[in-house]
Design a protein around this ligand. Structure first.
Ligand code: V47
Length: 368
């Protein structure tokens, strides 16, 4: 028996989803505006199972945030600060290597490195960070530096972006995280992060990343001043670039956390919006292999539910995430492998431990 949609506007979209046809920008807007959460989720689940079956991925990783000092002052960010202010920090390379040792770096498969745009760190700092981590932990994949950081590093290095990427890649950079995308529409960027690279520049950086043979992720920060149209436009622009390069691996919708930001008048996202953002992303991004529920932002409970709303990835055993916790995330900073595996299994899915690029996969049988 066919699913009965409460929102009849979903009937036409359902025909396309069942036929595996591409959704239009207008379909994306309809999905984001729909109050039929179960209907949207049902459709996303069809797409999820077509692409990934029951497989649900996670990784044993560690986040490293080397500094919170940043030349920008994005209104949505509670992490970035200026030198000399309370809580400002900058880690020396030795501190970073010691942190990595403490994280039992040899046992994790990924370091995820994101930081502020530091006004004075020389290019040698970043190259030294990658080389030093690679020397100490040759088997650990380094996913580092958002598009915004990469553009900053190219300026600091005095090199073209392509040459900057080549140097970083030769020093050990393995892939690029998806941060800094926020919402591409200029209207929104002017309101929340006017100083930062614009949407076109973010997309150009990732196009160059893909052209030097590196893979990357993409994100969308939702739940602030953006409209349904601007969300759908963001996803359509990512899909268009992916058609041309095929270099994106995973998409991660990031729920806005208002606490301690200059946008703290905006309420936190609801569970319904978190699920809908994941579901709409899965439906619109038909050429992205994976959609990740970042449990740090949406709680492990919503992340577990999202496995029936389009998500096929639960991120990992992050330790010491600072960016969302600065903005009030109440989640723990560590999620043990046993708990992730149990939650995935309880949701009726198949837990698969992965590496960053989903190449080394290990099915998790009983309790691990
Ligand atoms: O670019 C900043 C976001 C991003 C807030 O690639 C905020 O697998 C919510 O990029 N509320 C950095 N979000 C984190 C990031 C990321 C995280 C997890 C996985 C991956 C991946 C990438 O965090 C920033 C910004 O978009 N952010 N402040 C805030 N108050």
């Amino acid at each position: 028996m066919l699913f009965e949609f409460e929102d009849k506007a979903l009937d036409l979209i359902a025909d396309k989803v069942r036929a595996g046809a591409r959704l239009s920008l207008e379909d994306g807007v309809t999905l984001f505006n729909s109050h039929d959460l179960l209907g949207v989720g049902h459709l996303a689940n069809i797409a999820r199972e077509r692409i990934n079956g029951d497989n649900t991925y996670f990784i044993h990783n560690r986040h490293i945030n080397h500094t919170n000092i940043c030349v920008h002052s994005c209104r949505f960010c509670a992490f970035g600060t200026k030198r000399g202010r309370d809580g400002a920090y900058e880690k020396s390379l030795d501190e970073i290597f010691a942190d990595a040792e403490n994280y039992e770096g040899g046992k994790v498969s990924e370091f995820h490195i994101v930081g502020g745009l530091h006004p004075d760190f020389p290019f040698a700092y970043y190259v030294g960070m990658l080389r030093g981590l690679k020397e100490r932990f040759p088997a650990v994949h380094i996913q580092a530096f958002t598009a915004v950081e990469l553009q900053h590093l190219s300026r600091v290095a005095g090199l073209s972006l392509r040459d900057t990427l080549t140097v970083l890649r030769d020093a050990g950079l393995g892939s690029i995280p998806g941060g800094g995308a926020e919402i591409f529409a200029q209207r929104v960027r002017r309101k929340i992060c006017g100083e930062k690279i614009n949407g076109e520049e973010w997309l150009e950086v990732h196009e160059t990343v893909h052209s030097v043979g590196l893979k990357s992720n993409a994100t969308m920060l939702y739940g602030h001043v953006e409209t349904a149209e601007e969300r759908a436009d963001h996803l359509a622009r990512l899909r268009e670039l992916q058609d041309r390069t095929g270099g994106f691996v995973t998409f991660i919708p990031l729920a806005f956390h208002p606490e301690n930001t200059r946008m703290d008048h905006i309420p936190p996202t609801t569970g319904a919006l978190d699920l809908k953002a994941l579901a709409c992303s899965r439906l619109m991004l038909d050429n992205f292999p994976h959609v990740k529920a970042f449990w740090i932002m949406i709680t492990p409970k919503i992340a577990q539910l999202s496995l029936s709303f389009g998500a096929d990835d639960m991120d990992g055993t992050v330790v010491e995430e600072k960016i969302v916790h600065a903005a009030g995330a109440a989640t723990d900073q560590i999620f043990h492998k046993n708990s992730i595996v149990e939650m995935i299994r309880e949701a009726g899915r198949k837990p698969m431990e992965r590496d960053t690029l989903y190449e080394e996969l290990q099915e998790c049988g009983g309790i691990v």
